[in-house]
Design a protein around this ligand. Structure first.
Ligand code: NZQ
Ligand code: ZN
Length: 382
């Protein structure tokens, strides 16, 4: 296991009814409530939040899109500055929370905030941020990452800063009852792939991280299909906590990581507006195949411990494990080939070119996935 520092100070308030604890979590500052396209108005969460805001000074900004748009977020920054906002309350899924992380960093940023995403601009401070999560998937509620899209440039870029980690995250599993099947599917698959990208590399003797990762994978395989069929509270609660644990930093400490599936996936979303999780379900099985020799030991461990494939010879176990992974995504309702979305083979060249342009030229735990390998991976996904 490699050396690491682990620090995750987000206060998590979990369980049914926990939105009622919001008022006490909020600071005595001018608050900006930020949400998306209106789902919180249909499921009653907006009303619950308004009750909690009574007695606080606040303003609101709505309309943050799925795959949050830079231009919209810059309008929120202007609104926040004009209203002397000192704390941001994000209510929504990964897009709203990621968007709020960017707003929080952009408010005090001296130069053009686009630098934070595209120019390697350093985030030296940020406005405080708290969140109410309504879609278990990304893990953004307790982590330091954010992914922002700028449609007119065709770019989807991440940034990372300790300054934007939420101060608190309210996780009420009942907030998921209004989710459409497509978003539940996306949540299960996104969380699954987050675990895979921190787990499926090469062994470094990190037994807690490995076993914990395998537990989350097994949980998601077990509860994923069930959450599509029922509103059972325990299933939703477990989905929510698994998704948070998948990307709160814990399973990623002290181990190599491979975020190539995500980085290729972001380009596919920027180019073809595919849902984030859909891109991952398409790309991950092909990365597993392409990198089979480099990931051999971990693939065998994954085959045995997650899929119970211990009776097979090594080659068959690995191939079957990759097959079962793809079948799981299909079982969740995702089509796993680009051609099934009407996307033509030239997508492979386009993705490779964009990775090059954006400087993502050495992906994977061995930094051996250059735009050339990425082109092969995407071509195999058509
Ligand atoms: O905008 P509203 O009206 O709220 O509707 C949303 C949106 O249309 C809806 N929704 C959310 N909660 C709901 C609900 N509908 C009914 N009931 C509810 N309770 O669902 C739609 C999708 O929401 P979105 O926030 O876009 O989904 P998700 O949570 O999957 O977030 C995806 C974004 O997160 C980024 C992705 O790239 C993408 O931009 N990611 C962020 C990460 C991070 N910060 O750590 C890691 C991830 O890998 C990912 O890249
Ligand atoms: Zn993801």
């Amino acid at each position: 296991m490699r050396n690491f520092t682990y620090y995750n100070p987000t206060k998590v308030v979990f369980g049914k009814g926990s939105i009622k604890k919001l008022s006490k979590l909020l600071p005595e500052s001018k608050i900006m409530l930020v949400y998306g396209g209106g789902s919180i108005k249909h499921n009653g969460i907006y009303q619950e939040v308004l009750e909690q805001l009574e007695g606080h000074q606040w303003t609101e900004f709505s309309g943050v899109e799925a795959n949050p748009e830079f231009d919209t977020l810059m309008q929120a920054v202007e609104h926040a500055k004009a209203n002397d906002v000192e704390f941001i309350l994000a209510v929504g899924g990964g897009s709203v929370i990621d968007g709020c992380k960017f707003i929080a960093a952009a408010i005090p940023y001296d130069n053009d905030p686009w630098e934070i995403l595209a120019g390697g601009g350093k985030v030296a401070s940020a406005v405080g941020l708290g969140c109410i999560l309504t879609l278990p998937a990304t893990g953004t509620e307790t982590n330091t990452a954010s992914v922002i899209t700028r449609r007119k440039l065709g770019k989807k870029l991440p940034f990372d800063s300790e300054h934007v980690r939420p101060k608190f995250a309210i996780l009420d599993p009942e907030a998921t009852y209004s989710l459409p099947e497509r978003q539940l599917t996306n949540g299960v698959v996104d969380a699954f792939v987050h675990v895979m990208e921190q787990y499926l590399t090469y062994p470094v003797g990190a037994t807690v991280q490995d076993r914990f990762a395998e537990a989350i994978l097994n949980n998601l395989i077990e509860i994923g299909p069930q959450v599509l069929l029922s509103q059972d509270y325990m299933l939703r609660a477990n989905l929510m906590w698994n998704a948070t644990q998948a990307l709160n930093g814990l399973i990623g400490v002290g181990v190599p990581q491979d975020w190539s599936t995500h980085m290729i996936g972001h380009e596919l979303t920027a180019l073809h507006n595919l849902d984030h999780a859909v891109t991952l379900a398409i790309i991950l099985p092909r990365v597993m195949h392409h990198q089979k020799e480099h990931k051999r030991e971990k693939l065998l461990q994954y085959a045995e411990r997650v899929w119970g494939l211990s009776r097979y010879d090594e080659e068959s176990a690995i191939n079957l494990a990759i097959e079962k992974t793809e079948q799981f995504f299909q079982q969740m309702g995702i089509k796993t080939k680009l051609s099934e979305y009407g996307i033509a083979p030239d997508v492979a060249d386009n993705v490779a070119r964009r990775l090059q342009e954006n400087g993502f030229i050495k992906l994977g735990e061995h930094q051996n996935i250059t735009p050339t390998e990425a082109r092969e991976i995407v071509a195999a996904s058509v």
